[in-house]
Design a protein around this ligand. Structure first.
Ligand code: HEC
Length: 177
C-alpha cells in the first residue's frame, strides 16, 4: 500500500513533465519551422515570394495617379459602380486593390492589358474599353505600375498572383482534351 501511494505522485509528475516537454517542442516547432515551400498548380516548387521594391511601387503610384485614377479611382478603389454592367453588358473600370480581380491575373496578362488596352473579348473589332498605354508608358513605367498594384494586396493575394505568374512563364504541355 505504502509503496503504491508513494509511486503514484511520481508517475503523475513524470506524465506532467513529458506533457510539458511535448508542448514545448510543438510550440518551438511552430515558432521556428520554416514556411512550407510554395508550389504552383503544376506541382513545380517556386522560389519564395520576392520582396517588393518600395521605390518602384511609389513611382508606380505616381504614374497611376496621373494616368489611371480618373477611371480606376484614387488609390485603385475602382469605379463606385464597378460591379454593375451597362446596357451592353460592359463593366465599369474595376478596382486594383484586394477588392477587385487584378490580383487574379499573371504579370504577363496585366502587362499586356496596360500596354495594348482591353476590348470586349466577344467583339474583336470593337473600340477599346480600356485605352492602350504602349505609346505613352515604357517598360519600366508598366513594371512600376505592377509593383504599385502588388503593394495594395495582402500577402495571401500576392502569393496567389505570384504563383499565376510563375505558371504563365513556365512552358507546360497543353493538357489532353
Ligand atoms: C478611360 C478609362 C480607363 C483608363 C484611363 C484606364 N483604364 Fe484600365 N480599365 C478600364 C476598363 C473599362 C476596364 C475593364 C475592361 C473590361 O473588363 O473589359 C479596365 C481594366 C483594366 C485592367 C484589367 C483588370 C482586371 O482585373 O481584369 C487593368 C490591369 C487595368 N485596367 C489597368 C489600368 C492602368 C494601369 C491604367 C493607367 C495606366 C488604366 N487601366 C487606365 C478603363 C480604364
Amino acid at each position: 500500500m505504502t509503496r503504491i501511494s508513494q509511486k503514484v505522485p511520481s508517475l503523475w509528475l513524470a506524465a506532467l513533465l513529458s506533457l510539458l516537454l511535448f508542448a514545448g517542442c510543438a510550440t518551438l516547432q511552430t515558432t521556428f519551422a520554416p514556411a512550407p515551400p510554395l508550389v504552383n498548380q503544376y506541382g513545380t516548387p517556386v522560389p519564395p515570394l520576392p520582396a517588393l521594391d518600395a521605390a518602384q511601387a511609389a513611382r508606380g503610384k505616381q504614374i497611376y495617379q496621373a494616368n489611371c485614377a480618373r477611371c480606376h479611382g484614387e488609390n485603385g478603389v475602382g469605379d463606385p459602380n464597378w460591379k454593375i454592367p451597362d446596357a451592353n453588358l460592359n463593366y465599369p473600370p474595376p478596382p486594383h486593390n484586394d477588392a477587385g480581380h487584378t490580383w487574379h491575373h499573371s504579370d504577363r496578362v496585366l502587362y499586356e492589358a496596360i500596354r495594348d488596352g482591353l476590348r470586349d473579348p466577344l467583339k474583336p473589332n470593337s473600340e477599346l474599353r480600356m485605352p492602350a498605354f504602349g505609346n505613352t508608358l515604357n517598360d519600366a513605367d508598366i513594371n512600376a505600375l505592377l509593383a504599385y498594384f502588388k503593394s495594395l494586396w495582402t500577402t495571401e493575394h500576392r502569393e496567389f498572383q505570384y504563383l499565376r505568374t510563375t505558371e504563365d512563364a513556365i512552358e507546360h504541355p497543353t493538357p489532353a482534351p
